[in-house]
Design a binder for this molecule. Structure first.
Ligand SMILES: [Zn+2]
Length: 390
């Protein structure tokens, strides 16, 4: 059963709407049963949405042998849409979605080195989508960034892998009063995974979990009491920067300026340098891509397998630390590292078992989405922000 006991009323509403979006068309009774809440609580949340026309309730033909017609709820999203932008370290994706969650990817380009050029390009993509959808209403724009955001979620404070500092993203993209929300990409991915997995989960995973996103770097999204946790006070927007916790004293130099950061050892990008034995690149040599290392491992290449096992070990060491610090024993790993899960899983779990967490039992680590959570997360940010405001 989902743990709603410690959730605030707004958390319950958020969780209910997340389930509704994931499982629609779905009846009030099923929602109440799945969330272990009264049907009257469901009605309380859905009534204003039915009144405004955002939700619709339809009668289904009665099931065989049943006299009663079932009524189901679903979002009526013909008139509105949302835009999501994932500003990735390597590539940027821009897409749109509706309330029911159908993603239409519009554009994908290499992320320019400077934020001015990147945001100009993003703005052009947004304008194109708006022109194509002129008859519909754009409700919100969600931007996910590989770094820390300001407490207001309007700008980026620092993205180490892009070397961007203090970028006022919302200001650069705002027009016509459309709300622009900037979110850390791992937090956004956690929101996306929460909705994706809520359909098949009934055991509390979605109320409290840690999302570890491993690609070019490592980012961590935290879901506590069904809501994402971003930090508090002036630290709001910086929680989850575990990718830059030191796990090797005096270790490899990191883009953040520190040495021995977790993401230098446990990210998908770290696999390339590990594969080459951490030597400098030779003339005309390029770093192998993560999927190439996985493909070689599949073909029986020992060096590739060993590389992936070492990544699993480092990732597991860091995950054990995060579980210990947060007291949340459920972990979902997402990002392109998931492509090598077959080789990573065992050493990762061995590393957790060696830690004190291994003595407690009851922990779990499972793979999530290898790719979809980037743009999916940005779109989720826009939709959740809209639903929280109505
Ligand atoms: Zn670092």
């Amino acid at each position: 059963m989902l743990e709603l006991g410690d959730s605030s009323p707004s958390n319950k509403r958020g969780l209910l709407l997340r389930l509704l979006r994931a499982a629609q068309p779905v009846s009030r009774t099923e929602i109440a049963e799945r969330l272990n809440i009264d049907k009257s609580t469901v009605t309380e949340v859905v009534k204003p949405l039915l009144d405004t026309g955002i939700l619709r309730e339809e009668k289904l033909p009665p099931a065989k042998g049943q006299g009663r017609r079932n009524r189901t709820l679903s979002f009526a999203d013909d008139n509105s849409y949302f835009i999501g932008v994932n500003l990735g370290v390597r590539r940027t994706q821009v897409g749109m979605t509706t309330l029911s969650g159908q993603i239409v990817e519009e554009d994908d380009f290499e992320t320019p080195g400077t934020h001015d050029i990147a945001l100009r390009k993003v703005k052009r993509c947004i304008d194109e989508i708006r022109q194509k959808n002129a008859e519909r209403r754009l409700e919100a724009i969600g931007i996910s960034v590989p770094g820390m955001t300001d407490p207001e979620r309007s700008g980026l404070i620092f993205a180490p892998n892009l070397d961007w500092h203090n970028v006022e993203i919302a200001k650069a993209l705002e027009q016509g009063g459309i709300r622009v929300v900037v979110e850390n990409d791992s937090t956004a991915a956690a929101m996306y995974e929460a909705r994706l997995k809520i359909k098949d989960t009934t055991d509390g995973l979605l109320s409290n979990f840690i999302l570890v996103r491993s690609g070019t770097g490592i980012g961590v999204g935290l879901v506590i009491g069904s809501e994402v946790y971003r930090g508090s006070g002036i630290g709001r927007g910086i929680a989850g920067e575990f990718g830059h916790m030191t796990i090797v004293a005096g270790g490899k130099k990191c883009v953040c300026g520190n040495r021995g950061c977790w993401e230098k050892y446990g990210s998908a990008a770290a696999a390339a340098s590990l594969y080459l034995g951490d030597r400098p690149l030779r003339h005309n040599e390029t770093l192998p891509r993560f999927v190439e290392i996985v493909a070689k491992a599949e073909n029986g290449d020992n060096r590739s397998r060993r590389t992936l096992e070492m990544i699993g070990d480092y990732l597991g060491i860091g995950i054990a630390n995060v579980i210990m610090g947060m007291g949340i024993p459920r972990v979902i790993v997402s990002g392109r590292l998931v492509y090598g899960w077959k080789y990573i899983e065992t050493p990762l779990k061995d590393a957790i078992n060696r830690s004190i967490i291994g003595k407690t039992g009851g922990w779990s680590v499972e793979p999530g989405e290898p790719a979809g959570a980037a743009l999916g997360g940005a779109l989720e940010v826009a939709v959740e922000d809209f639903l929280a405001r109505i």
